[in-house]
Design a protein around this ligand. Structure first.
Ligand code: ATP
Length: 284
C-alpha cells in the first residue's frame, strides 16, 4: 500500500524572542502560516522492519539525519510497529532556507504513517511526538495559522491572514539557525514586534495592517552577518511588495503582494538578482 502526503513550507509573519532560557533554548513568540510551496512525500509499507529514504534532491541526508527518517523511527518505536516504510521525498522547498522544509517533512511523515498503519493517534499526540523532533514540527503537524510560544511547540490557533500573493526569494547563501540564535542578545533587543497588533490585523482581515506589523527580531543578527539578505529586502521593497520580511533565521525573504498585476513585475525584477524565486499563495 502506498500513500501520499503534502508538506507545505511555513513563513513567519512575526518572530519575537523574549529571553534565553536556562535549558539553552530561546523563549519565542511567533505567528506562523503555511504557503502553497510544498514537498510531496510518497510512503510505501514494507514488510521488513526497516526505514528507507530516497529523494531527487542531492543535498539532503538520506540516513538517520533526515527528519522524515527520525519521524518514522519515532512513531515505529513509540507504537511498536514491526513493519517498515519506504519514503520518497519529492523536495520543492529550498533546504536550510528558513521555511521549515525538514520540519514539514517530519510532520507529514507522522501524519502519513498514522494513516498508513491505521494507528489512530490524535492530532494532539502527533504534535507531542513532533516536539521531540524539532520546535517547528508541532506547527507543521496542524498547519493553518497559529501563535507559537515556548520554544515554538505551544500552539494557539488563530484565523488565517487575508489571502495574497507571497513572493519568496532565497539568496544563495547558507545560514545556520544555531549560529543566528547563538549570536542574538535577546536582553538587548531595542524593539519587539507586537503579536497583539498582528493578531488584530489578521482577525480584522486587514491586509495593510498585516504588512505594517510584520516583524522578525532575528533580522538584527542575520542581516548583519549576511548583507545579501538586507539587499534582497531592499530590492523587494523597491519593486513594490506591500510587506517584506525575512522568514525564520533566513536567508529567505518573502514579500506579500495583494494585486496580481504587480506580481510578475516583482518576480522578473528579483530574477535579475536571485536564481531562486517562487511565487505562491497563502495556504488558507
Ligand atoms: P527552520 O525554518 O525550521 O529553521 P530550515 O528551512 O532553515 O528550517 P531545513 O530545510 O529544515 O531548514 O533544513 C535544515 C537542515 O536539516 C539541512 O541542513 C538538512 O541537511 C537537514 N535535513 C534533515 N532532513 C531534511 C529534510 N527532510 N529536508 C530538508 N532538510 C533536511
Amino acid at each position: 500500500m502506498k500513500i501520499y502526503e503534502k508538506a507545505p513550507a511555513k513563513i513567519n509573519l512575526l518572530l519575537d524572542v523574549m529571553r534565553k532560557r536556562e535549558d539553552g533554548f530561546h523563549e519565542v513568540e511567533m505567528i506562523m502560516t503555511m504557503v502553497d510551496l510544498a514537498d510531496r512525500l510518497e510512503m510505501e509499507e514494507l514488510q521488513s522492519d526497516s526505514i528507507f529514504i530516497s529523494s531527487q534532491a542531492g543535498y539532503i541526508p538520506l540516513d538517520e539525519k533526515n527528519l522524515a527518517f527520525q519521524a518514522a523511527r519515532l512513531i515505529k518505536d513509540r507504537y511498536n510497529v514491526r513493519k517498515g516504510v519506504y519514503i520518497h521525498l519529492d523536495k520543492n522547498i529550498p533546504v536550510a532556507a528558513g521555511l521549515a522544509g525538514g520540519s514539514s517533512d517530519a510532520a507529514a511523515t507522522l501524519r502519513g504513517l498514522n494513516r498508513l498503519w491505521q494507528l489512530g493517534i490524535s492530532e494532539d499526540e502527533l504534535c507531542t511526538l513532533g516536539a521531540e523532533l524539532g520546535s517547528d514540527v508541532p506547527f507543521c503537524v496542524t498547519g493553518g495559522t497559529a501563535i507559537a510560544r515556548g520554544r515554538g511547540e505551544k500552539l494557539e490557533r488563530i484565523p488565517n491572514p487575508p489571502q495574497c500573493w507571497v513572493i519568496l526569494a532565497k539568496p544563495p547563501i547558507n545560514v545556520s539557525t544555531a549560529d543566528v540564535y547563538g549570536k542574538l542578545r535577546a536582553s538587548e533587543l531595542k524593539q519587539h514586534p507586537s503579536t497583539q497588533d498582528m493578531v488584530e490585523a489578521i482577525s480584522q482581515g486587514s491586509f495593510a495592517d498585516v504588512c505594517a506589523n510584520l516583524g522578525n527580531v532575528l533580522e538584527t543578527v542575520t542581516l548583519q552577518l549576511h548583507p545579501e539578505v538586507l539587499q534582497m529586502k531592499d530590492i523587494m521593497q523597491r519593486l513594490g511588495a506591500d510587506g517584506v520580511l525575512m522568514s525564520g533565521s533566513g536567508p529567505t525573504v518573502f514579500g506579500l503582494v495583494s494585486k496580481e498585476a504587480k506580481v510578475s513585475r516583482i518576480y522578473n525584477g528579483l530574477r535579475g538578482f536571485c536564481k531562486e524565486v517562487y511565487v505562491v499563495r497563502m495556504l488558507t
